[in-house]
Structure formats: structure tokens, C-alpha cells
Design a protein around this ligand. Structure first.
Ligand code: AMP
Length: 361
């Protein structure tokens, strides 16, 4: 089968690397001329709303998926009229807007931070009074890695935040004093079968994921069951096919959903070496109508390389380090690679992670 992937970043690249052993072939589409996945397979250049480019991309493909959740829904629908597109465009639609996403969670009985849609400064002031401060003010669309957000702590922040973000559809959310941030990665096959990876605990720096630990430390069966149940509801409601990531806040043993990504996710990179079947392979299995692979995992840690990185020899000197380089030019704040460590003997993960952290800025 030949699979088309919209987006040619590192997620696309790792999808292809997982798919070649299955005999799959790939074609990418990306507006950037030097997309990281373009090193591995043909890459059609062009904007995602360029219908002629989309048609060139679709020629001869068996299925299409995406590695980037802000692909225009119209582009996904245009392709879906010709060939199977997974996850379904409806999932893209739901995930692209923080308001529809959180409304969906609540409709399914999944808890979220309190939220209100905001269009005007007066609405912001009224929402801030109802929700209370502190609160988090976010653009509804196109936010990532903490961009397009402001934390409101007092009344003066409200005006300042409106000046900064006003003029586009927005959402105000109550500020959650969470114990930790987690993510659940679920995968649903075309026949409705599902599988879930153990929850990952995620740590951010400057709004960018820096470290994932999986299974999350002190993970209880009850917390895992809670996460799987909420992911299952979303997967079934969206008639989802592929990997879905849901980012969660843990508060007093309860999980609140923050957002979802209808694609493979950075907090699942550890599955390449740490799980029986990686998130990338499982995504492709689902998209291609194959049976899902196992999600059993060994304790793993994944550290992102952000902005700059030491030379590979410094990283590979840490015993058991799995080094992944994305072929991107280093730039401040840019994810340029990651490193995974898996437990080799009981208790050996934490000291090796400390060794690794010392080498990575
Ligand atoms: P997001 O773009 O929604 O994933 O937000 C980026 C980061 O901001 C999250 O990983 C959290 O650390 C923090 N954050 C977002 N929303 C909230 C909230 N409602 N309460 C507290 N922290 C938040």
C-alpha cells in the first residue's frame, strides 16, 4: 500500500520509518521545501488549500493520513471524496477549535477546566468574573507549545491580555492547580478494536514538552482505567481510526481533559523502543486496516532536544540511549530530535536519565 501523509515534519518521518518494515510506501505533502520527511520519500510541495497540489499528491495513493492537526478540514474533505482519509476529517474539525473540543469532552461526560467562549473585551471581563482568576486566556485555533495564551492573575492582566490576543475567537479557562500533566494515547482500528498505551507523565519547559516518563510514575490501575475510559468515549464518538492523544491534568486523583491531538504525539515517542508496537506503527496499522499491535511497555524516559543538541557521541555515551535526529536546522525553541532510555535492569532508569540531562542543555 502507498500511504499519503499531509505534513512532512518529524512525526511524518517517524511514521515512514515505522511503516517501511510493513512494506508500506509513502508520499508526503508539505508547504516547506526542506521538510524532514522529504529525506525519506517523495514530498509534494504546495499549500494545503491548493486543490491542484492536493490532487497531484493523491494520485495513486491507497489511503491518506496526517501528522499535523491544522491541515484545513476542507483539504481533508477534498481528499476524502476520492480515497480513505484517516483519522476522519470530523476528528480534525473537532480538535482544531478549543471550544468544540472542550464542548465535546463535556458532552461525553469528560471533565475539563471551566471554560467560556470570548469574542469581545466585555465578554472577557464577564467571563473572568464568572470563572474567577487566575484564568488562562487562549486563542481557540492554531495555538501550540503554549503560544497564543496568556495567564490572567488580576484585573490589570485582563486588559493587557485583550490587547495581546483580542480580535480572534478566544476561550477563557479556569486555571487548574494540577498535580501533574499526563497524556493518554489510544488507537482505534477500522473494525473498532482499541488499544491504549500506559499514561505518560509530561514535563514542559517554556511551554514545550521537554520530558515524558512512561508509564507515569506511581501509575495506579484505577488512574489508567479512568484515562482509557475517557479516550474510548472520544474514539468511539468520532468513529476514529488511528492514534489519538489526549492531554490531561491530574487533580486529586481525577483527570481533566485539556486538549487532544488527532495524530501521533510527542509524548508517545518513547513507544518506538519502549512498547511492543510503537505509536507510529499502530497508527499505520489502523490506517491500513491491519490488526493493532501490542501496547505493553517497559519503563521509559524520553527527552526532547530543543533548539540545540550536543554531538551524537555525547548522547550515545549514555548506556542504552536511543538517539533520534530529525534532520532539521537547529533554531531556538525548535524540536530537533529526541532521546529515549528504557529500563534495562530494575532501578537503572533514573540514574541514566540524570546522566543524560547533564549532557543536554
Ligand atoms: P495547551 O496549549 O492548552 O496545551 O497549554 C499549554 C500548557 O499551559 C499546558 O501544558 C499547561 O501546562 C498550561 N495550561 C494550559 N491550560 C491550563 C489551565 N486551564 N490551567 C492551568 N494550566 C494550563
Amino acid at each position: 500500500m502507498k500511504v499519503g501523509i499531509l505534513g512532512g515534519g518529524q512525526l511524518g518521518r517517524m511514521l515512514a520509518l515505522a511503516g517501511y518494515p510493513l512494506g508500506l510506501r509513502f508520499r508526503f505533502m508539505d508547504p516547506a521545501a526542506d521538510a524532514p520527511a522529504g529525506h525519506l520519500a517523495e514530498c509534494v510541495g504546495g499549500a494545503y488549500d491548493d486543490l491542484a497540489a492536493l490532487d497531484r499528491f493523491a494520485e495513486g495513493l491507497d489511503a491518506v493520513t496526517y501528522e499535523f492537526e491544522n491541515v484545513p478540514v476542507a483539504a481533508a474533505k477534498h481528499l476524502a471524496a476520492k480515497l480513505p482519509v484517516y483519522p476522519p476529517p470530523g476528528a480534525l474539525d473537532a480538535a482544531q477549535d478549543r471550544l468544540t473540543e472542550k464542548t465535546l469532552f463535556n458532552q461525553l461526560g469528560i471533565g475539563t477546566p471551566p471554560f467560556e467562549a470570548v469574542q469581545t473585551e466585555a465578554e472577557l471581563k464577564a467571563a473572568a468574573e464568572r470563572i474567577g482568576l487566575p484564568a488562562v486566556f487562549k486563542t481557540r485555533r492554531m495555538g501550540y507549545d503554549g503560544k497564543g495564551q496568556a495567564v490572567l492573575r488580576d484585573a490589570a492582566d485582563v486588559e493587557q491580555a485583550w490587547k495581546q490576543l483580542g480580535g480572534t475567537p478566544l476561550i477563557l479557562e479556569g486555571f487548574v492547580r494540577f498535580e501533574r500533566e499526563l497524556s493518554i494515547l489510544g488507537v482505534r482500528a477500522q473494525d473498532g478494536a482499541t488499544a491504549f498505551y500506559p499514561l505518560a507523565e509530561n514535563h514542559h519547559r517554556d511551554g514545550i514538552l521537554r520530558l515524558s516518563l512512561a508509564p507515569a510514575p506511581d501509575l495506579t490501575p484505577a488512574l489508567q482505567a479512568q484515562a482509557e475510559a475517557l479516550s474510548q468515549k472520544v474514539l468511539d464518538r468520532l468513529q476514529y481510526v488511528g492514534v489519538l492523544a489526549i492531554e490531561l491534568f491530574q487533580v486529586n486523583g481525577t483527570l481533566l481533559a485539556n486538549e487532544m491531538a488527532p495524530r501521533v504525539h510527542n509524548s508517545g515517542h518513547w513507544t518506538i523502543e519502549g512498547a511492543a508496537c510503537s505509536q507510529f506503527e499502530n497508527h499505520l496499522r489502523a490506517v491500513c486496516g491491519l490488526p493493532l499491535g501490542g501496547t505493553a511497555a517497559m519503563p521509559s524516559a524520553m527527552l526532547n532536544l530543543i533548539g540545540s543538541a550536543p554531538p551524537p557521541e555525547a548522547i550515545l555515551a549514555v548506556p542504552g540511549a536511543h538517539f533520534h535526529w530529525y534532520g532539521k536546522d537547529p533554531r531556538p525553541g525548535r524540536k530537533i530530535g529526541h532521546v529515549t532510555l528504557c529500563e534495562q535492569a530494575p532501578g537503572d532508569l533514573a540514574p541514566r536519565l540524570e546522566q543524560l540531562k547533564k549532557r543536554i542543555p
